[in-house]
Design a protein around this ligand. Structure first.
Ligand code: TYD
Ligand code: MG
Length: 442
């Protein structure tokens, strides 16, 4: 079985035909009895008319951490299973311990990776040794299920799902079959008891949730942690959410006493900014529904002759960068092949929406011509292949956020709808007009 995508193969091969990954096939022993029977979902599993379904029972329960509730669209839904993924050391256990502390009602925390003492030390550091928090240092699924009987929790946390195993299965702990079986069992248990369950999942070095993508199909909600480990900022997103939108983003700061929600991320992103530096451009981006003002930086150096110029990006898609360089070359006449180009977002944030295109393009040009943008200028807009500046979603929110942070001139796509007739908005039709408006033509 491929440990990345879960595709079955009758024999070993070097490359998985399912996902194209190399060296990901692992042997799984398939028991002759077929799949283990999954516990019945409970006595209530009969067809019901949709109007008679109890809507109140499915309401999310707030975790008590307001910033986390934002990404969960209100809280944890009873009977739901939430998978929290992220690199080691990013703060998954910290956040869940804080959730366990502020949750009202008994919580069962299965710490399969750490000893109870370690968790207690961390809890003391966070000031959260709550009476109703029960620790179970166990890797055996059976013991974890038995503990549910004993504690009758209203929230169960399993840290991490890869380290918990069902010894009655022939495959090794952490293998695809084990992780899937454990998850299936916990999902059934959650549904049967109307118990919200939170699973911690490791990620692979490529950033996918470890091993089986199949896990993502089994659970109701998938939450991922982003951010650089050496930077205090943590972005928490929902990549899948059956009970709400995947549009919301939570921003936390790792402090000496745990994760603290950041109410005003734009301020934080701009905190270290030096104005009047070439290659720096500020753009209001939209993370789902939330506008955030971020800084994009570019650095260019002359490329040595005879070798292809370097293009390195952090937080910006490499293909997008290549496209913007091609547009600058073709429609602004910029000799981009003569420069090595480095582009980076500040604070480890990953920008994926096209509304930041114009900011990236202007940062590159500003770096090449070695001239800063006028102070107080922010920009947004998508750059098309024809060099045209296209509209970005929700310009009203972007403008409001940029203005709130004191940017008094904003380059926007030509046809941005706005009832604001003031001179703050500078409408630009194409990349050449944008360069002129940003004072970047030499
Ligand atoms: P942790 O929650 O253990 O990460 P994960 O479970 O995702 O692997 O986070 C560990 C990191 O967070 C570690 O480098 C120490 C740091 N940390 C703080 O900075 N402040 C704190 O209050 C705590 C508990 C941890
Ligand atoms: Mg941990």
């Amino acid at each position: 079985m491929c440990s990345t995508c879960g595709t079955h193969h009758p024999k070993w091969t070097g490359q998985c035909t399912g996902c194209g990954e190399w060296n990901t096939l692992v042997e799984e022993v398939v028991s002759s009895g077929g799949d283990q029977p999954v516990a019945p979902v409970g006595p209530g599993s009969r067809p019901v008319p949709i109007g008679e379904v109890d809507a109140i029972a499915g309401e999310p329960r707030p975790t008590g951490i307001a910033e986390f509730d934002r990404v969960l669209s209100g809280g944890l839904v009873p009977g739901s299973v939430t998978l929290v993924g992220g690199e080691p050391g990013i703060g998954k256990s910290t956040l869940l311990l804080q959730v366990a502390h502020s949750w009202s009602g008994p919580v069962l925390y299965v710490c399969a990776e750490e000893s109870a003492q370690q968790v207690r030390h961390r809890a003391e550091r966070l000031g959260s040794t709550s009476e109703s928090l029960w620790l179970l240092p166990e890797t055996n699924l059976g013991s974890a299920l038995a503990a549910i009987e004993e504690v009758s929790p209203t929230l169960m946390i399993v840290d991490s799902v890869q380290t918990v195993a069902d010894p009655s299965l022939p495959s090794a702990a952490g293998s695809v079959a084990q992780v899937r079986a454990v998850t299936q069992r916990l999902v059934a248990e959650a549904k049967r008891r109307d118990l919200p369950v939170v699973l911690v999942g490791h990620v692979t070095k490529e950033g996918d949730l470890a091993g089986p993508r199949v896990l993502e199909h089994l659970v109701d909600t998938v939450i991922t942690f982003e951010g650089e480990r050496h930077h205090a900022l943590r972005l928490v997103r929902a990549v899948k959410h059956r009970f709400g939108s995947t549009n919301d983003l939570s921003v936390f700061e790792m402090t000496g006493d745990g994760l603290r929600g950041v109410a005003d991320p734009s301020h934080l992103f701009l905190a270290d900014r030096r104005v009047g530096v070439a290659g720096s451009v500020v753009t209001p981006t939209l993370e789902g529904r939330r506008p955030i003002v971020v800084e994009i930086q570019a650095l260019t150096t002359p490329a040595p002759p005879g070798v292809p110029a370097r293009r390195t990006s952090q937080g910006v898609d490499q293909a997008r960068l290549a496209l913007l360089l091609a547009v600058l070359n073709r429609h602004a006449g910029l000799p981009v092949h003569e420069h090595d180009v480095y582009v980076s977002t500040v604070g480890g944030v990953r920008l994926t929406e096209p509304g930041v295109d114009l900011a990236i393009a202007l940062a590159i040009v500003s770096a090449i011509v070695d001239r800063p943008l006028p102070s107080g200028l922010a920009v947004f807009g998508e750059v098309g292949l024809g060099g045209e500046i296209r509209q970005a979603s929700r310009p009203d929110r972007r403008l409001a956020e940029a203005e709130r942070l004191g940017f008094d001139r904003i380059l926007v796509p030509e046809r941005t709808p706005s009832d604001d007739a003031s001179s703050r908005l500078v409408r630009v039709e194409d990349i050449a007009a944008a360069l002129a408006a940003a004072d970047l033509i030499v």
